[in-house]
Write a protein that binds this ligand. Sequence first.
Ligand SMILES: CC(C)(COP(=O)(O)OP(=O)(O)OC[C@H]1O[C@@H](n2cnc3c(N)ncnc32)[C@H](O)[C@@H]1OP(=O)(O)O)[C@@H](O)C(=O)NCCC(=O)NCCS
Length: 276
Amino acid sequence: MASTIRIRPLRAHSEYEACIGIQRRVWNRSDLEITPPHQLQVSVHMGGILLGAFVDGTAAGYVYSYPAVFRGRTIQHSHHLAVLPEYQGLGLGKTLKWAQREEALARGYNLITWTYDPLQARNANLNLHTLGAAGRTYLDDFYGPAPSLALEEGVPTDRLLVEWPLMSKRVCDRAAGAPPRLDPEAYPKVVVRRPEQSFPRAAPKRPDFSRREKTLLVEVPRAIRDLKGLGGLIATWQKAVRAAFLRYFEAGYVLTDFVSGERSYYVLRRSPVRPR
Ligand SMILES: CC(C)(COP(=O)(O)OP(=O)(O)OC[C@H]1O[C@@H](n2cnc3c(N)ncnc32)[C@H](O)[C@@H]1OP(=O)(O)O)[C@@H](O)C(=O)NCCC(=O)NCCS
């Protein structure tokens, strides 16, 4: 029999406990790094959006945002999106985000922001390709030395802040379905892996900052879990990607898409549709 999926607001203390259990399992967080029930309660009470995904009545994931100010506008900032491992890949994550968009629009918001580790290719694909968010803000070591927020111990907790302008054409189009994958062979690349090194554990070449074409690509490892235990190699990728993003954001480029495949690339566009 097909499973029943339901997305609905979480408001009761007992339901916040489900979010704690999901945080522990999805992120393996220590007690100090868990967002506790009292924080969920006060932010929900003060305008936050907390939606749970239930599969046949079992809490399988949630999305959580709260009111914030960004570039002078009142927006929702999304702090958590998590789906239990056994329910991942079934469409719950994107269903939660589209439901979060509906709820934010109903409350009069036009923009949701969030951050994620830019070396997490799956999240990049969800955020930039599937949802149509855009990135032009790089946050260097954003959370400081927080072990469960770093890719490996000692690797800085860099984050990309993405903007999701809820009624933009791009986002409305994505709500109807993601566009075809861009052909990475057709575009110049600022960051690319060293071809002579064995895939997937290859290091990046030195970034090519001479590129000035309208559309540029920045390669990242296809799946960061392939580099598990290799903190030095991850830090090398992080340095290359950070340098490229900082340089090109400064020059007016915006991250507008992600190409996921055997090799994965961020898409930087000059003079693109602005995020808002
Ligand atoms: C990120 C997360 C919430 C996604 O939830 P999910 O239910 O597994 O995701 P979905 O099945 O809805 O897939 C949504 C999109 O993610 C991306 N995605 C999922 N699996 C992917 C994979 N193996 N490779 C590349 N992209 C993938 C795709 O863009 C996909 O959209 P599509 O199906 O239209 O191509 C979930 O994997 C999770 O909890 N991860 C750990 C916590 C985390 O990283 N949260 C932060 C998210 S910014």
